[in-house]
Design a protein around this ligand. Structure first.
Ligand code: FAD
Ligand code: HEM
Ligand code: HEM
Length: 405
């Protein structure tokens, strides 16, 4: 890979303030243009993210962050890994990059109306550089997968876990072996849409080392307002997928993973913290901790007992394994509920579980994630011991003002 020239870097940096100021406009324009001229890439994107604008912000933000860090690309390693995993989970291919690049440059040109040729040239080179980094990482991920693309799986068991969450047990329809995966990883489920196309969503595997097929556990997402549609895929799974039916599945992906062997070696305490449906990757990590000697605290927040998934499964693991302890915290218990404690994950509560050595893994709804991040930050918990997954475009979590778009 050829390094970018000093001139290219200077030119890109000089245009950032203007593009950052107009980032929302730029990306809205970009997506409209791309979907109009290359409708074949539309099926890769989640329509709900387009409505909320979160994905549009994500691409703009990463292009800007890349430009800001253009001289020190190592600062972007974490972001690049997350993006490459996301892309690989959806099957993004090298041939898609020129399409995205073309529409990004054309949008910059139209926004600057027109852009001087040296600016387009510089952004073209910079985009090509980042694209090459991502393509290489994605190639590495694809090479390690037990299959590429989508494979048919059959639903052979379905269990209700709470008022809103059900587990779906899937096995390969071709009778082949169930793929290996790391605790914390997710699969991609692809289902048909009414217009004859398809749509895809990621679902974390909620068990690890279990003697059955792949298990995902899905929250049924209802619309927040009567005039909005319910969540498409979660409702399809809950309402339409019957035992014996098939869905298409792409292989396990994701870098929010727990290495139980490394944890065993270090012996440091582990905190697995979750809120609501964010329990799924943490539960997989809990299963991977069975019979080990490092101490694991599994702390889960739910609204009340009706919304509390996997209470029995987690309690059983805690009873059967000396290194595991569990704590259930409800924010609004019902009459007769007896959680271990009541409230949110405030600083005082979290403080009991944190020593400077604690490896913290967490996942949950956006306000919880933002709050936990800020508590860990204010306590000064070492950043290399903080690991999290967010079930949406990740950039929404940062305090960075650009990410609010
Ligand atoms: C890495 C990862 C792991 C995940 N793991 C899990 C998991 O283990 N379990 C789980 O349940 N989920 C998980 N998710 C979330 C999952 O991928 C889906 O985002 C979730 O199921 C919602 O998808 P949906 O198709 O039902 O909703 P979508 O159709 O994507 O809609 C999302 C929300 O937007 C609203 N909406 C849709 N269209 C509009 C519109 N036009 N106007 C206004 N509002 C609208 C819907 O009502 C809904 O509330 C994970 C996500 C990621 C990224
Ligand atoms: C359009 C692109 C972006 C712009 C204009 C932007 C701008 C900013 C600004 C002004 C700040 C606060 C001050 C500073 O640190 O300089 C900030 C903070 C930050 N940004 Fe961005 N940013 C962009 C994209 C991104 C992306 C893609 C990421 C990560 C993948 C990112 C991660 C962060 C982080 C981690 C902080 C520090 C937040 C904290 O205070 O803890 N930014 N950004
Ligand atoms: C250098 C070029 C690119 C950059 C910097 C980039 C950046 C990003 C970022 C930051 C995210 C959000 C990740 C997350 O937080 O979950 C994302 C998601 C995504 N990207 Fe890219 N991307 C690039 C190229 C592409 C290409 C070529 C495609 C092919 C179609 C693509 C398709 C997607 C899709 C489908 C998603 C998920 C969107 C959703 O949730 O709806 N990207 N990308």
């Amino acid at each position: 890979m050829t390094a970018l020239s000093k001139e290219t870097i200077e030119t890109v940096k000089a245009t950032i303030p203007f593009l950052a100021e107009n980032a929302t406009k730029l990306t809205a324009h970009f997506y409209q243009r791309m979907f109009r001229e290359n409708p074949e890439v539309r099926a890769y994107f989640n329509a709900a993210h387009q409505v909320s604008g979160s994905q549009q912000g994500a691409l703009a933000a990463s292009v800007c962050a890349f430009a800001r860090n253009i001289e020190t690309p190592e600062n972007l390693a974490t972001a690049v890994s997350l993006i490459a995993n996301k892309h690989a989970s959806l099957g993004v291919q090298p041939e898609h990059y020129p399409i995205v690049g073309k529409h990004l440059l054309a949008s910059i040109d139209e926004l600057l109306n027109p852009a001087p040729p040296e600016i387009l040239q510089a952004w073209g080179e910079a985009y090509g550089f980042l694209a090459e980094v991502l393509i290489q990482q994605e190639k590495g991920i694809y090479a390690e997968q037990s299959w590429n693309g989508f494979r048919k799986f059959t639903l052979f068991r379905k269990e209700e876990e709470s008022a809103v969450v059900s587990s779906f047990y899937l096995k390969p329809s071709d009778g082949g072996t169930v793929p290996a995966y790391l605790p914390g990883q997710y699969i991609t489920v692809r289902i048909p849409t009414a217009d004859g196309s398809t749509t895809m969503r990621n679902y974390s595997l909620s068990c690890h080392g279990c003697q059955h097929g792949l298990r995902i556990s899905v929250k049924q997402e209802k619309a927040a307002h009567a005039d909005q549609p319910d969540g498409y895929v979660s409702n399809y799974l809950h309402e339409h997928l019957a035992l014996g039916d098939e869905v298409e599945v792409a292989p396990p992906c994701g870098d929010f993973v727990f290495d139980a062997d490394a944890a065993e070696k270090s012996g440091a305490p582990v905190l697995l913290l979750s809120g609501g449906i964010g329990i799924t990757p943490l539960l997989s990590m809990l299963h991977a901790s069975k019979g080990k000697s490092f101490p694991v605290s599994f702390v889960h927040g739910a609204i009340d007992s009706k919304h509390h998934a996997f209470a029995g499964e987690v309690s059983k693991l805690a009873q059967e394994h000396e290194n595991i302890s569990a704590h259930f915290r409800y924010s609004a218990p019902l009459d007769g509920d007896s959680p271990d404690s009541q409230g949110l994950f405030d600083r005082e509560f979290l403080g009991q579980y944190l020593s400077p050595e604690t490896e913290v893994y967490f996942c949950g709804p956006k306000p919880m994630m933002a709050h936990v991040l800020s508590v860990l930050d204010s306590i000064g918990h070492p950043a290399d011991k903080v690991h999290y997954e967010f079930f949406g475009p990740a950039e929404e979590l940062s305090k960075c003002p650009m990410h609010a778009i």
